[in-house]
Design a protein. Structure first.
Length: 296
């Protein structure tokens, strides 16, 4: 399977640890898919500052290619966080830097490049919505993370994204079953092929508009301890996507109920494993330090 992360990258700065970690939804899904055996690349925009160099080196060190990505003048995205009882707490960000203000597009041959993958993943933080119909014109699966903010659940926003997405992911943490199913059903009604909802330790659910499936979270065993929850939702998605594609999911091949159930369980396993990792995929550095020579 060939997976392309298309869009956002960011430095996750943990103030309590004094450490910067590489991350970003599109980056993380590509890295986690590679970790599960997929051939993965990342296509996005890096700032021309030290943080951009750090990000690019870390992604490549994780086994994900960045050769078609761009470097543009401007600062990289940086978010500030701390960990409280194993959970990440966001304190703020700089708006995503040049990655968001001057986002990647599919011009200059990049559309043909992206069309060569089995699946392209993007997100609300990538500012790639206008590019999705171009991907949809090709025989490549498209997944899109809709996150948890209300603005990305409006009918107007879903109408922009869902018709071009073979799968959308929504964070449904804190929602009752009926609320979560209604949200997923709406996404499918507006054009998404599949709608997947994650709810942390409350498990996950998925629908194709005909069938509904749920699976519990894979909880930590006695003696295991959460390092932090950074990237757990992205890891769930990567596990789900890799498993479902391996079971034969294609745009013209609707996945079976058994395949959807198995993919939910694979996602739960991947999320469990991610809870034992520091940062999104380790490779941290002291805040403000230069890029480690070992990453080049």
């Amino acid at each position: 399977m060939r997976v392309l992360g298309f869009g956002d990258n960011i430095v996750d700065r943990f103030l309590d640890r004094g450490v910067d970690y590489p991350g970003g939804n599109a980056v993380n899904v590509a890295v986690y898919a590679h970790r599960l055996g997929a051939d993965a690349d990342y296509l996005g925009v890096f700032g021309d500052d030290d943080a951009g160099s750090f990000l690019r080196a870390a992604i490549e060190d994780a086994g994900v290619g960045t050769t078609r990505s761009l470097t543009r003048p401007g600062e990289s995205g940086v978010s500030s966080l701390r960990v409280v009882d194993g959970d990440r707490v966001f304190l703020g960000w700089n708006g995503g830097g040049v990655t968001v203000s001057d986002p990647i597009d599919l011009d200059a041959g990049r559309e043909h490049y992206a069309a060569g993958f089995d699946l392209v993943h993007s997100s609300v933080y990538s500012r790639t919505e206008s590019q999705l119909p171009r991907l949809r014109a090709h025989d490549v699966l498209v997944s899109f993370d809709l996150s948890s903010e209300a603005e990305f659940r409006s009918a107007a926003y879903l109408d922009r994204v869902a018709p071009s997405a073979d799968l959308v992911l929504l964070s449904c943490a804190g929602l009752a079953d009926g609320e979560a199913w209604a949200l997923l059903d709406e996404a499918v009604h507006r054009g998404a092929g599949l709608a997947l909802g994650t709810r942390g330790t409350d498990g996950a659910l998925v629908t194709d508009g005909r069938e509904r499936h749920t699976a519990p979270a894979h909880l930590l065993a006695e003696g295991e301890q959460v390092v932090d929850t950074m990237g757990c939702g992205d890891a769930f998605l990567a596990g789900f996507l890799v498993a479902l594609h391996g079971a034969g999911w294609r745009r013209d091949r609707r996945p079976s109920g058994a395949a959807l159930q198995a993919a939910l369980e694979a996602g739960a396993d991947a999320a469990h494993d991610q809870c034992l990792v520091e940062g999104a995929f380790a490779r941290g550095r002291r805040s403000g330090d230069p890029v480690p020579a070992s990453m080049w």
